[in-house]
Design a protein around this ligand. Structure first.
Ligand code: HEC
Length: 103
């Protein structure tokens, strides 16, 4: 009898925890997908030349650039910066990330 009750409680707890996690995950991925993706893309292809804090390393500081300016730079590849590192949604995600974090 005692054991059966413990199992029921355990089952209920697992259900509640499992249910909560499902909801939180879904919400997280909807709201933060762009920022997180932008950050990853920046780290993959921009950080070497523009630095962890957008302060610039081999490339110039890009602090204060807005989304449009970053998109133009990605498309054109000014100077020794490679052009078309990203296109479409990827380019937008990086540009938004730079504007939000460094703008
Ligand atoms: C190989 C090094 C390198 C990489 C990688 C690189 N950049 Fe650049 N970037 C530069 C250099 C060099 C300049 C300055 C070019 C010039 O004006 O002569 C520059 C300029 C810029 C500018 C300023 C453009 C302007 O009009 O003044 C922005 C914004 C920028 N980069 C964003 C990015 C982003 C976003 C990424 C990643 C997708 C990236 N860069 C990757 C080297 C790099």
């Amino acid at each position: 009898m005692k054991r059966a009750r413990a199992l029921v409680i355990l089952g209920a707890a697992a259900f509640i925890i499992g249910g909560c996690n499902g909801e939180v995950d879904e919400k997280d991925s909807e709201e933060t997908v762009d920022a997180g993706e932008g950050m990853e893309l920046y780290e993959d292809s921009c950080i070497d030349c523009h630095g962890e804090n957008f302060e610039g390393t081999t490339g110039p500081s890009i602090a204060g650039y807005n989304e449009d300016e970053v998109l133009d730079a990605i498309e054109e590849g000014p100077g020794s910066m490679p052009e078309d590192l990203y296109t479409g949604e990827d380019a937008e995600a990086v540009a938004q990330y730079v504007e939000e974090e460094a703008g």
